[in-house]
Design a protein around this ligand. Structure first.
Ligand code: DP6
Length: 360
């Protein structure tokens, strides 16, 4: 079984003075949700997600050797401008991963990052952002240790990304990614994401995710606080067990191409995530009236047309509409005529299942 010791490196064989890398890393949308965690970013239950394709972060990491000191040295640019408010997050991430990347205090870094999705769209950038940063740092480690295998490179990238933001570990490699130990998923681990180890049915290889921007405002409650509220939550234990059951059922649906079973699990997971928020102490509601309007319209449309369209939600009011590509003409017609009125400035993003991070 994998252990944190697999990711501690003792001695590098090479030295590198300066250079830069650029990687893009996508966002991902969970089907079985991660909500609740233990110490050190260990998830309270396993989760599975579709990797997205268009919503991504592009990050360039410049590095230049310096005299080792007891401080991290980095400049952070967001869309070309220094962004002070992001520094504490990076600082904290560096502290968490220093044990695994002992070269971090040997370099001056410039981290320059941009997102392909609109600023403040309410779409979480922590998954794609932390994934892009982690894979750049791993590229530097691979220069210092050229013997590293690809398998180790991707596993450790996911391991580091997890320490930045849990869901980020599912944004590195593969189209369908499982994070968290599950009895029926071979190779699954609490420490990193793994590609769904079985052949996914063709129908799920073309899945589309149209993201309806219902509320683009700042999140009312950060995920970190939300996760914390699962400690001492009255339904926590039952919920964590249910996630295991749902992942087992979803596994079967993904292999068999059973869109009905997929819809039942995916929508129930989304509503359960929000039910956990509504039943925590303090309690809160992240859905907006238009979120419910959209959900009801999708249910009515599905009932009338029998087309395999469903929704999922993140920790926010936006709605992800999921469907296979072969029905996209009908679904996009439905979205534009009946759902865009519920979106802020009629805004939406067309995305689809992707493959993971890419070197640019
Ligand atoms: C609702 O990964 O953002 O999107 O580990 O604290 O950074 P941290 O949390 P984060 O939580 C994501 C929660 C979710 C469900 C999911 O993506 O599985």
């Amino acid at each position: 079984m994998a252990s944190v010791h697999d990711f501690i490196h003792s001695a590098y064989t090479q030295t590198v003075q300066s250079g830069s890398f650029t990687w893009s890393a996508p966002s991902n949308i969970a089907l079985v949700k991660y909500w609740g965690k233990k110490e050190n970013q260990i998830p309270a239950n396993p989760s599975v997600s579709f990797t997205l394709s268009n919503c991504k972060t592009i990050t360039t990491l410049g590095f230049k050797e310096k005299q080792k000191s007891d401080k991290f040295s980095f400049d952070f640019l967001f869309e070309g401008q220094p962004k002070e408010s992001f520094r504490p997050k990076i600082e904290k991430f560096f502290e968490r991963v220093e044990e695994y990347l002992p070269f971090l205090k040997d370099y001056d870094f410039t981290i320059s990052t941009q997102n392909t999705f609109p600023h403040s769209s309410g779409i979480a950038s922590s998954a794609s952002g932390m994934a892009a940063l982690a894979i750049n740092l791993m590229s530097l480690e691979r220069l210092l240790n050229p013997e590293m295998t690809d398998d180790h490179f991707y596993k450790k990238t996911s391991f580091l990304a997890r320490l930045g933001s849990g869901s980020a570990c599912r944004s590195i490699q593969g189209s369908v990614v499982v994070w968290g130990e599950h009895a029926d998923i071979e190779g699954s681990s609490d420490l990193f994401g793994v590609e769904f180890p079985e052949a996914v049915h063709d129908v799920f290889k073309t899945y589309q995710d149209t993201i309806l921007l219902v509320d683009k405002g700042e999140k009312q409650v950060s995920s970190t606080i939300g996760h914390d509220l699962m400690h001492g939550h009255p339904y926590a234990e039952r919920r964590f067990a249910q996630a295991h059951e749902n992942l087992a059922t979803l596994k079967k649906a993904l292999i068999e191409g059973d869109t009905d079973a997929f819809i039942k699990i995916t929508e129930s997971e989304a509503l359960t995530l929000h039910a956990m928020m509504m039943t925590s102490q303090p309690y809160f509601i992240l859905m907006k009236p238009n979120t419910l309007q959209i959900i009801n319209a999708i249910w009515k449309f599905r009932q009338e047309t029998q087309l395999p369209v469903c929704f999922t939600l993140d920790a926010g009011a936006n709605v992800h509409v999921l469907y296979p590509e072969n029905v996209s003409v009908e679904i996009l017609q439905f979205i534009t005529s009946e759902l865009l009125g519920y979106c802020q400035n009629s805004q939406y993003i067309c995305d689809k299942i992707g493959t993971g991070a890419q070197a640019l």
